[in-house]
Design a protein around this ligand. Structure first.
Ligand code: TMP
Length: 238
């Protein structure tokens, strides 16, 4: 499958048309941004890791009953995916307090929740991706009530599967962000990526941050952290 014209360029990926209107090619970059693009940098090798990690995790999620856009890994940085219309929501699941949750509610990072939480942000760079509640999602027609219910169910299922997978690698899944899309027939599938850019991953023994917070917060050792999570993901694998 060949890349045709570029149809979208995001902060971390480029998306290309193919000769099949139902399929797209995603090409992962090493560019990193934070705080709605205010902070910019490069994480050398990130594109390769995020591509391969996301594909591996999506294959696992498919086996666990969560449909995804993943079709086939084409190269180190390129993947063939099903074309979707993205539901303009960032779907965030949290197992422990961190990041914007800690800031908003004045809670120290790392507090373990009795049950995982879910929240939505409206994907809109001009507005800075504001938090949005489900009645507002429906009022604005961003998703239908049944779609939102399915998205919620899939997001918690993803949390169950990935929390267990990372735990078996000595990593705590603190929180993560998902995006969903609609196929041409309206079917909701998991899209975008699942990687250290979109998850908080802490070493279970030491609490060391092994994710993009190292970049966001200038903690250093960013490349090493990405390589470490990839190594742990692959080490017991088929
Ligand atoms: P937050 O605590 O900053 O709201 O982030 C929650 C999770 O979402 C965290 O795992 C990082 C991820 N995330 C993204 O993937 N993209 C974003 O633009 C933001 C703000 C967070």
């Amino acid at each position: 499958m060949q890349k045709l014209e570029m149809i979208y360029e995001g902060k971390a990926k480029r998306v290309y048309a193919t000769e099949d209107p139902k399929l797209l090619i995603v090409d992962y970059k090493d560019d990193a941004t934070a705080f709605n693009g205010e902070k910019r940098g490069t994480i050398v090798g990130k594109g390769v890791i995020n591509n391969q990690m996301s594909n591996r995790l999506m294959r696992r999620l498919e086996q666990a009953g969560v449909p995804t856009h993943f079709v086939e890994e084409l190269s180190e940085r390129e993947t063939l995916v099903r074309r979707v219309e993205i539901v303009p929501l960032e779907v965030i699941v949290r197992n422990r307090s961190a990041g914007s949750f800690s800031k908003r509610y004045g809670v120290e990072e790392g507090r373990v929740f009795d049950a995982p939480t879910i929240e939505f942000s409206y994907k809109n760079d001009a507005l800075g991706d504001p938090l949005i509640n489900s009645s507002h999602v429906i009022a604005l027609g961003l998703a239908a009530p049944e779609e939102l219910e399915l998205i919620r169910r899939y997001a918690f299922r993803v949390n169950e599967v990935l929390s267990a997978l990372w735990a078996s690698r000595g990593i705590t899944l603190v929180d993560f962000k998902l995006e969903f899309g609609r196929l041409a027939d309206g079917t909701i599938v998991l899209a975008d990526e699942i990687s250290p850019d979109t998850c908080r991953l802490w070493d279970s023994a030491t609490g060391k941050k092994l994710d993009k917070d190292r970049f966001r917060r200038d903690l250093g050792g960013v490349e090493d952290a990405y390589a470490e999570v990839m190594r742990r993901l692959c080490e017991h694998d088929e």
